[in-house]
Ligand binder design. Structure first.
Ligand code: NI
Length: 173
């Protein structure tokens, strides 16, 4: 079997990153193939999470792996946050759609999420630490929100300028 083809990742400030995703309705071969390709794309880019939005598929699907060993994929289809801790913490975040940029974002330190797996089975995941942060970050993508939108307009504009410049240079090269 060939490894799955990698998917191109949209880069901020691509306006498609602000699309609100629709629920996944069919748990079929197409969905399973998309999940495999998203996982391969995430691992190839050394990311810990990837939302379908980032590969220009506007459905409620995210893949995550926060393990050191990169062998514990978590697939969340149609995720819903049932509970988020009132206690928050500011931690450094990055994003495959915002390469080279890291900044602090305030997030709940723990969440309880209801989601389906690739087969459509429902389950509840209780997460804390890096996994809780990652779930919140990826679920923001499904709502069309990129983490830089939590930063000040000044910072965000600076990041936008920097990324547009590097995208122009990459096109010339
Ligand atoms: Ni991201």
């Amino acid at each position: 079997m060939n490894p799955p083809d990698l998917l191109p990742i949209l880069r901020y400030p691509d306006p498609r990153l602000h699309t609100v995703a629709k629920p996944v309705v069919a748990f079929d071969d197409r969905l399973r193939a998309l999940i495999e390709r998203m996982l391969a794309t995430m691992y190839d880019a050394s990311g810990i999470g990837l939302a379908a939005t980032q590969v220009d598929v506007h459905e409620r699907l995210v893949v995550i792996d926060v393990s050191e060993t990169r062998d514990q994929p978590l697939v969340l289809v149609n995720p819903v946050i049932d509970w988020a801790s009132a206690e928050t913490r500011k931690g450094e975040e990055g994003c495959l759609s915002v390469p080279g940029i890291y900044d602090g974002v305030e997030r709940s330190i723990a969440v309880k999420v209801r989601a389906q797996d690739a087969e459509g089975q429902s389950r509840v995941i209780e997460a804390e630490g890096m996994l809780a942060v990652c779930i919140q970050h990826e679920m923001d993508h499904l709502m069309g929100k990129v983490f830089v939108e939590y930063l000040s307009p000044l910072k965000r504009n600076r990041i936008k300028g920097k990324l547009l410049k590097s995208q122009r240079e990459a096109q010339k090269a």
